[in-house]
Write a protein that binds this ligand. Structure first.
Ligand code: HEC
Length: 224
């Protein structure tokens, strides 16, 4: 009769989302990414000198921390079903605000066929990177440790692309597992009739957070 255990689980899930998306891990992620993308091992100032990576990390952190605080507020006010609603309405808007503020493109994606929001099926470079992450996870690597930072060979106007794997944690199962509770399932189905983001197990790669940093605006020829 007491709804507390379920509420606690869903609250933990929302916290975990934010954490996984970068809130608590991105400072480490930035260091990892820097290490991964820089051949010189001892480069303590690499991240500081890499304005693009610093910007990508800052944007990802802003997204995560804001999502976290809004989810906390929603859980306190309305419980887990309300959290579905917040994920639906606020996650994309928070991403939009962070993109404007930090001057980057950013979002979360999942493999096609495993996504909830149809707009968040990974495509293009995000799909290619996510497939590499998936192969690594299938081979036993931890999902949350998958990081990709690319600076070379990018299209005109793109300075850096960063992507980080998002792991399925126990608390995610409330909305992404095999046995999602009725009211939560109904709330998800209402917003996402074609939902394909259930059936995940702990440790599975749930998706990824991606950031694309544009090259600094160059003074181009004036438009006629
Ligand atoms: C309260 C329900 C709920 C819980 C718990 C939950 N999610 Fe989600 N998740 C959603 C909803 C709703 C969306 C779609 C949001 C949108 O439209 O952007 C979503 C979308 C996502 C996406 C974007 C890709 C896609 O399929 O659209 C990722 C990645 C994700 N969740 C990861 C997680 C992880 C990791 C956890 C656990 C740490 C988690 N979620 C827990 C409801 C939940």
């Amino acid at each position: 009769m007491n709804p507390t255990p379920f509420r606690f689980t869903a609250l933990a899930a929302c916290l975990a989302i934010a954490t996984t998306a970068g809130c608590a891990r991105l400072p480490a992620a930035a260091a990892t990414a820097s290490d991964a993308g820089t051949p010189t091992p001892a480069a303590p100032v690499a991240a500081d000198n890499d304005a693009g990576l610093a910007r990508a990390s800052a944007a990802a952190m802003a997204f995560s921390s804001q999502l976290r605080s809004e989810l906390l507020a929603a859980m306190a006010a309305g419980g887990p079903v309300a959290a579905v609603d917040v994920c639906h309405t606020r996650a994309p808007r928070i991403a939009g605000m962070v993109m404007t503020e930090h001057g980057v493109q950013l979002g979360r994606v999942a493999l096609p066929g495993r996504n909830r929001n149809p707009a968040q099926a990974a495509d293009d470079w995000r799909l290619a990177t996510l497939q590499v992450f998936q192969q690594a996870v299938d081979a036993g690597a931890p999902a949350a440790e998958q990081v990709s930072v690319v600076r070379d060979g990018l299209p005109d106007g793109v300075a850096l692309r960063m992507m980080r794997g998002i792991a399925t944690e126990p608390a995610c199962l409330a909305c992404h597992g095999s046995e999602v509770a009725g009211p939560v399932r109904a709330a998800i189905a209402k917003r996402y009739p074609g939902d394909q983001a259930t059936g995940f197990a702990v440790g599975d790669l749930r998706g990824a957070l991606w950031v694309e940093v544009p090259t600094p605006a160059a003074p181009g020829p004036a438009a006629p």
